[in-house]
Design a protein around this ligand. Structure first.
Ligand code: SF4
Ligand code: SF4
Length: 84
């Protein structure tokens, strides 16, 4: 069954993997569990609400949040576009 992403994504997490020491602080602070450390690497799960908690609490300034418009929310990988 194809996975559906219904949660609105409001931010893109830019992770500086050179600065990130994978301490997990941001993972614990994220209210929507958007961050995860997998195979020694911090990654995001595309459901960021742009609260910037992770950015604020990262001791190494390894995270930057880019706010995105609700209109540009990506709901899947179908790539359908409206308009002519
Ligand atoms: S708080 Fe900063 S250093 Fe720690 S895992 Fe998150 S991004 Fe990496
Ligand atoms: S900005 Fe907020 S929602 Fe987005 S990854 Fe950071 S803590 Fe999670």
């Amino acid at each position: 069954m194809p996975e559906e992403k219904t949660q609105k994504r409001k931010g893109i997490v830019h992770i500086n993997h050179e600065y990130c020491k994978r301490c997990g602080i941001c993972v614990n602070f994220c209210p929507v569990k958007n961050l995860e450390i997998r195979q020694q690497k911090l990654m995001e799960l595309e459901r960021c609400i742009a609260c910037r908690m992770c950015q604020r609490y990262c001791p190494d300034m390894a995270i930057e949040i880019e706010e995105i418009d609700a209109e540009t929310v990506i709901t899947g990988k179908s790539g359908h576009r409206n308009g002519s």
